[in-house]
Design a binder for this molecule. Sequence first.
Ligand code: HSE
Length: 304
Amino acid sequence: MILLFGFGGVGRTYAELLYEKTDIRIVAVFDSGGGVGKKDGFTPHEIKQLLKTPRGNVSRAGVGKNISLDEALEISQVVVDVSPPNYETGEPSLTLYKKAQTRGLAVVTANKAPLALAFQEVARKRLYYKATVMAGTPLIDLLKGLPPQRVLRIRGILNGSTNYILTRVYKDGMPFEKAVEEAREMGILEPDPRLDLEGIDPAAKIVIIGNTLGIRLTLRDVVRKPLTLLGPVTRYLAILDSIEQKALVEPARLDIDDPLHVDYTMNAVEITTETNTILIKGKGAGRKETAYSLINDTVKALNN
Ligand code: HSE
């Protein structure tokens, strides 16, 4: 029984795939205009009706009944947060997580902001956040499998949209503005593109990675330089030094044979541990990729 908080591109894809691939049912959906609920779960037909509803209008879709968040929490087991990030306060998600956790509900999230600002406050046992980093590529699961092996350093390309833009510019010769427009049309840029272009999104991800490894960072601790075109092959890097407990986001020129040299929406992360160097590559952005990751976490949340 799912409370879906957010009904934009990822939220809609999640609802569609959840109904296609599982028997799990959504009992409440919220968007910026309000929420609707149905105690026994929406039928596939009702979900289809909601999917046809314009953004911000679920409460006027004529499906289920209009309900408050508190009422929705009463009939849910798992809160799935796909609302846009608010990097000022983390709200309204932070308050929602705390309410949900107090009632014993699990939280599954693709929203980086609450974790980047207050990871330690919300990282209880039943918080599932794999979709916040590398979308459908399970880096967080991999990191959780490493202890007691110590991670010394992480170096990665963690932002799919800027990697796409940089590839279009340096590989395909496209003007920067046009590449940004394409990334927006593909739905991989944040609703506020400055979050990608000024490095707040990769900074949030490196904070989430750091906290997963037990390093108590917040967004304010990350040294961040905005994206600039330094020449071929510029890539936007996020770096965590686990020994010094320092994090950095900066544009840099990569050697052509650098293992982090990936193109388009691909992400790549190099994990240097005390015994090993691990490289993980995969798509780091995309509605379907993120939705699948959320569904994997939803199933885990329901089974725990
Ligand atoms: N805007 C993000 C990116 C989306 O470009 O990586 C996925 O987190």
